[in-house]
Design a protein around this ligand. Structure first.
Ligand SMILES: [Fe+2]
Ligand SMILES: [Fe+2]
Length: 313
């Protein structure tokens, strides 16, 4: 696969050899727009923290007895009303009976869906001051779709924390937000380099000394994510994760599938080559159903974006 941008002009085409390229990229030479790593780190330190409820959801894999009551206690009023708004949306509920509280939501749409909504809403709630939600929309929709796909892949490949997979997809490109939001000059410089054929990650490294994936890892650290989640976010393009290869592969292929770099059969084949297989009892009809479900996640991501951000157009 050659270097360059994917057909959607948003994602660098993947090559795990890219790690070599990125790690060996020369540091910035001169240039008014270039900033030092410590300026990026400083900015990350000023980012708001995620609501506590996110960590409560993540810890549920280890403590499945955490109840809906405990979860609802960790939601502030504004967050709770957003969760309920999304739970009442056409995609999740919206079947005539109004969902009025978290317990009711769990009864109506299930605990898994409620956790998805809590993670998504918390994420957007934290970043609601983003300069221009609309200009970030392609990024948000990609992140949401990646979250939904990663969660499905975690289920297919029997990874033990679906919530962790979902959160990794949702947050994996947060470094792109940091660049677009806080380093506009550098963002534009990177875009220029991309237009002239420079590999995206190399361009980021040249301008900011870090890739968006590395910046994302720093944000994940700041948000108190578990070490394995920080690791897979940091290495979602270069595949050099060390802590949890299963989670790393799930996020990496979810990202590429979401960008249309891989279709469903090619993605399954990639997993098989990595020694990961779907349940042996599945036949071609089961796989076709899963493929259909994954295709529908893009529409779900658009619906969730509209409700989570209040941008209904
Ligand atoms: Fe990325
Ligand atoms: Fe991505």
């Amino acid at each position: 696969m050659g270097k360059g941008l994917s057909k959607k002009n948003m994602q660098p085409e993947h090559s795990c050899n890219l790690r070599e390229v990125v790690l060996n990229a020369k540091p910035p030479s001169t240039g008014k727009k270039q900033v030092a790593i410590d300026q990026v780190i400083q900015q990350i330190e000023h980012l708001p923290t995620l609501p506590q409820v996110v960590m409560r959801v993540l810890s549920m894999a280890e403590s499945p007895k955490i109840s809906a009551i405990e979860l609802s206690k960790a939601l502030d009023q504004s967050l709770a009303s957003k969760v309920l708004k999304l739970a009442n949306s056409a995609f999740y509920g919206g079947r005539g009976q109004k969902i009025s509280n978290l317990h009711h939501a769990i009864m109506m749409i299930g605990f898994e869906s409620v956790k998805e909504i809590i993670l998504t809403t918390s994420f957007f709630h934290t970043l609601h001051d983003a300069r221009d939600v609309q200009s970030l929309r392609p990024l948000w929709e990609h992140s949401l779709e990646c979250a939904l796909i990663a969660k499905r892949l975690a289920w297919i490949y029997r990874y033990d924390s679906l919530d962790e997979a979902y959160l990794s997809g949702l947050t994996h490109d947060i470094g792109r937000l940091v660049i677009q939001q806080y380093f506009l000059d550098q963002f534009e410089e990177i875009e220029e380099k991309k237009k002239s054929g420079r590999d995206w990650l190399e361009a980021e490294k040249e301008v900011l000394e870090m890739t968006h994936a590395e910046i994302g890892g720093k944000v994940a650290e700041r948000w108190g994510f578990p070490a394995n989640l920080i690791d897979v976010i940091t290495h979602h393009h270069d595949c050099s994760w060390t802590q949890n290869p299963t989670m790393g592969k799930i996020l990496h292929y979810a990202d590429r599938f979401t960008f249309g770099e891989l279709d469903f059969p090619a993605m399954l084949e990639s997993f098989t080559k990595e020694g990961m297989n779907p349940p042996s009892t599945w036949d071609s009809t089961d796989l076709a159903s899963v493929e259909q479900i994954l295709k529908e996640e893009a529409e779900k991501a658009r619906s969730m974006f509209r409700f989570a951000t209040g941008k209904n157009s």
